[in-house]
Each structure stands twice: as structure tokens, then as C-alpha cells.
Design a protein around this ligand. Structure first.
Ligand code: ATP
Ligand code: MG
Length: 477
């Protein structure tokens, strides 16, 4: 199979748009006598004129050979070893071309190099004997176990795990993600028509779509993600099987679904991703209770609150402000939590125990598919547990709430609720004002709560009980 080679003069990728660290890695590999390409999302994004999130390199150098070229390098992964080359905060991932029988990205999730994320799959597994052997140094070429054989130049002759670029390309998911940028002459290698598909904004699976989705159902979520993030349209053949195969997601490890959920909803295109997930029927497998709630309550306040929350989160990402899975799961699970609260007698709706039970139940149900790490599940609980305290601040105790580590997220949720009439506007305004106030003003505001009889000025204690009874606590289902 020969690629279409697009020379530098016929494509738009300029080296000035490539991370200098990625260029260093590419040049060093080349000087070492190896092939070196940029591949995947970064090439796609460069062609689109977007700034790539990260730069991935593909090479014919074996992982050990890569390691010998870079001091700042660590090998990760089990059967399929990858090299991570570190430059301060930036990590360049260098993968040896995969052979046909190499584990897919699905079997061997590529660890996230961002320590901030914290949820990356374990990366420092013990080396597997069949791959490492006992050889060190250039003796790689002499390894002749049945798993692989390389000639004296390190070129792979037979290998069950590593292959050539010509094998590597067929393992990739979409044509748009399968372009290789060759550092030798700055050309693009296109085996699958990726350049044309990028130009026409088409997302097309390589090979038979149903087979590819069955191999790795996460590709359905990736299709939604690229549809939302890049504004590509799905080729009809790529779109059609999703409706039928969505349930296969239930078989994907829940830790991986957590990662994919964040990539869908927490990277600046969450509102669009959510809508597409629903439309394509994937929300029903990913978050069945959320999907069922929305289906049972069309046009509900909860739906509006969720959409608004996702849009607010997207706006924060665009502004470079921090976002958190805790807030995301709080708004996703708002419907199921409200439903669990409202299943209890109305006089219990505002009790802490009711709220916490509802949160625990909603999280537990979601955990069946998505492994929400404990600290985020606890965060959701705290956000909801703080709502009654925010709705009914009591004297100077109210000031302590301001110091609560989850105050900011809880306040954001209060604002969303106020926007949708689930909490009096005046209450949200009071909390907005007190955050801007000086310490003496704060104390005065808090004292004012106890004595004030003026309702319009914010929350007060007098009519509280009557108010709850009338108001739906959470969802207004
Ligand atoms: P992003 O910009 O969101 O990082 P990306 O395309 O770079 O998008 P990655 O998850 O970083 O996505 O993966 C890098 C490349 O690895 C992809 O472009 C694709 O070629 C390949 N790949 C990743 N996941 C899969 C998969 N599940 N199946 C097949 N190929 C995959
Ligand atoms: Mg990427």
C-alpha cells in the first residue's frame, strides 16, 4: 500500500506552528537514523489551523532505542510500550509503529501525561519479559525470541507488536486522525484520504464501521467528540451503526468511560457534546438515569439548568478558568438527585439525610457505567449538602460557609438554581454581595439576617418553613 504523498508546497502546515519540543524529538530521531512523523490529532488540528492539544510522534525506532536517544524519557505501557519525553510541563509521546496484532488503543489506554488530571490509568507496570529480554544497549538487534526480530540496523523484520507505518495507519480510528507529517521533507503521508476528509469536514472511520465500533465501542464516543469539537459531520456509513451499537459501551471499563466523559463534557464543547450524545442515543448507555429523567420530563427546569450549566462550563474553559468534574457531575445528576429527594415526603425534602441519601443513590447508579472517583462523588454530596445552608443563611454562621472548600461550586449551583426559579433571586444576590463585601460589611450583613424583617433584602428566617413547603426542593418535576 503506498500513501499519497503531499509535498510541503501543497499543504498548510508550517513548522512555526509545531511545538519546538516536538520538533526537537522529531529531529533527534531522524539524526538517529529513524523515521519520524507527527501523527494523529495534532496533524489534523494543524491542517484546520487550530492549536493542537498535544503532539504525538510515530517512529520506526523501538522504545528502547527511543529511550537511548533522550535522557528525559520514560517508557510506559505494558505490552505496547510507549516513550514519554519530558520537557518541563510538556510531554511528547513517541510511539513505535504498531503492527496488526498490537494491542489496540482500547486494550491499552494511553496514559494521560497530565498529573493535574490525577485519574490516569496506571502507567508504570512492570516490563513484560517477552518484550524486554535481558539485553541492554544496541543488542536489541540480537533478540530473537518468537515475538519479534530486528535486523542489525534496528529495522523491524518480524514483530507481533511493532510494525511499519504501513501497518500503523490501519489501526487508527478516523481518516482525519491518520495523517503523518514527515520530518524528513515536511510532506504529509495520506493512506486513507484523510486530507480530503479534513477539507470537507467529514469524519469517516477507516475500514468497516461496524467492525471498528465492535473492536472498540469508545470510537462511538470519539465520533461524537470530534463532531462536537471540530464541527465535522459524520459520514453516513460512520453514523449509521451508532444507533444500533450504542449498548456496546456498557462493556467498556468504567474508568475509561469516566475519562471519555470528561473529554466530551469538560473541554469547552460540553453543551454540544451532550446534545449529540442524546440525539445519537449514547446517553442512554452512558448515563441511563440522566437520559431517563430527561425523557420523562421533556422541557423541564432540570434540563434547562443542565444545559445552562454545561454552557457556563464551556465558557469557563474558553476563558481559561478552572473547571471541575465535581460541578459537572452535580449538574448531570441534578435530575436523578431531585427525583430521589422528591420521592420522600415533602417535610423531609430539606433534611440533610434526605439530600445525602439522594446524592449517594444517584452517584451509585451512575457508577454502574462511569467510575466517578471518590473525591468527585464526595464533592457532589458537599455541593448539594450546602444548598440548604445557602438558601437559609443563619447569622454569623453564614460567614463560615464562605470558607468551605466547596463553597464556590455550591454557590455556582445556587446561581444556576436561582436562574431557573428554584431558589429566590434575592438569596443568590445576597451571596453575590457578601463575597464582594469587606469583613466588617460581611459581619453586618450576617447580623442583619437575624434581625431583618425585610424580605426583599435577601433571605431571612421568618417565612422559611412555609416557603419550602410550597416550593419544589430541587427539580420541580
Ligand atoms: P485530541 O485532539 O482530542 O487529543 P486526538 O485525535 O489526538 O484528539 P487522542 O486520543 O490523543 O486523540 O489519540 C491520538 C491518535 O491515536 C488519534 O488521532 C488516532 O489516530 C489514534 N487513536 C486514539 N484512540 C483511538 C482508538 N480508540 N481507536 C483507534 N485509534 C485511536
Ligand atoms: Mg491527542
Amino acid at each position: 500500500m503506498t500513501p499519497r504523498i503531499i509535498p510541503r508546497s501543497e499543504h498548510s502546515i508550517s513548522r512555526s506552528a509545531i511545538s519546538p519540543n516536538a520538533l526537537r524529538v522529531l529531529y533527534r530521531l531522524r539524526e538517529g537514523g529513524f523515521q519520524a512523523f507527527l501523527v494523529g490529532g495534532c496533524v489534523r488540528d494543524l491542517l484546520l489551523g487550530h492549536e493542537p492539544k498535544d503532539f504525538d510522534v510515530a517512529t520506526d525506532a523501538l522504545p528502547e532505542q527511543v529511550r537511548r536517544l533522550f535522557r528525559n524519557c520514560r517508557l510506559v505501557g505494558r505490552r505496547f510500550r510507549l516513550a514519554h519525553v519530558f520537557f518541563g510541563r510538556e510531554t511528547i509521546e513517541v510511539a513505535t509503529f504498531r503492527a496488526k496484532s498490537a494491542p489496540s488503543q482500547a486494550e491499552e489506554p494511553i496514559p494521560d501525561a497530565d498529573p493535574e488530571e490525577g485519574e490516569a490509568p496506571e502507567i508504570d507496570e512492570p516490563l513484560e519479559a517477552d518484550l524486554v529480554g535481558s539485553s541492554a544497549g544496541p543488542a536489541d538487534a540480537s533478540m530473537d525470541d518468537s515475538e519479534r526480530a530486528v535486523d542489525e540496523t534496528g529495522r523491524i523484520l518480524r514483530d507481533n507488536v511493532y510494525g511499519s507505518i504501513d501497518d500503523d495507519v490501519w489501526r487508527r480510528d478516523f481518516t482525519a486522525n491518520a495523517l503523518y507529517y514527515n520530518i524528513a521533507d515536511f510532506s504529509l503521508w495520506d493512506y486513507v484520504g484523510g486530507a480530503e476528509d479534513i477539507a470537507s469536514r467529514t469524519l469517516r472511520l477507516i475500514g468497516d464501521p461496524e467492525t471498528r465500533y465492535r473492536e472498540d465501542p469508545v470510537r462511538m464516543l470519539r465520533a461524537v467528540r470530534f463532531e462536537a469539537k471540530l464541527g465535522f459531520h459524520l459520514d453516513p456509513g460512520t453514523a449509521a451503526p451508532i444507533g444500533r451499537l450504542g449498548e456496546l459501551l456498557a462493556g467498556v471499563p468504567s474508568a475509561r468511560l469516566f475519562d471519555e466523559t470528561l473529554k466530551l463534557l469538560l473541554y469547552g464543547h460540553g453543551a454540544r457534546s451532550f446534545e449529540i450524545l442524546r440525539r445519537r442515543g449514547l446517553l442512554a448507555t452512558l448515563l441511563p438515569t440522566v437520559d431517563a429523567y430527561l425523557a420523562a420530563h421533556p422541557g423541564s427546569l432540570v434540563e434547562k439548568l443542565l444545559k445552562q450549566g454545561l454552557e457556563n462550563t464551556d465558557a469557563r474553559v474558553v476563558d481559561g478558568k478552572p473547571v471541575t468534574p465535581t460541578f459537572l457531575f452535580a449538574i448531570l445528576l441534578y435530575g436523578p438527585i431531585a427525583q430521589a429527594i422528591e420521592a420522600t415526603p415533602p417535610e423531609r425534602w430539606h433534611e440533610l439525610g434526605t439530600i445525602l441519601d439522594a446524592c449517594d443513590r444517584a452517584v451509585r447508579e451512575a457508577q454502574a457505567e462511569i467510575a466517578i472517583p471518590r473525591r468527585f462523588a464526595l464533592g457532589v454530596r458537599e455541593m448539594f449538602a450546602l444548598q440548604p445552608r445557602l438558601e437559609h443563611p443563619r447569622g454569623r454562621r453564614a460567614l463560615r460557609v464562605l470558607e468551605h472548600p466547596r463553597f464556590r461550586a455550591a454557590f455556582d449551583l445556587l446561581l444556576l438554581r436561582a436562574e431557573h426559579g428554584l431558589v429566590p433571586r434575592a438569596t443568590a444576590d445576597w451571596w453575590t454581595r457578601i463575597q464582594e463585601a469587606s469583613p466588617p460589611e460581611r459581619a453586618e450583613m450576617a447580623d442583619g439576617l437575624a434581625s431583618s424583617a425585610e424580605h426583599k433584602d435577601g433571605p431571612r428566617r421568618g417565612s422559611r418553613r412555609r416557603r419550602h413547603r410550597r416550593r419544589q426542593p430541587a427539580g420541580s418535576t
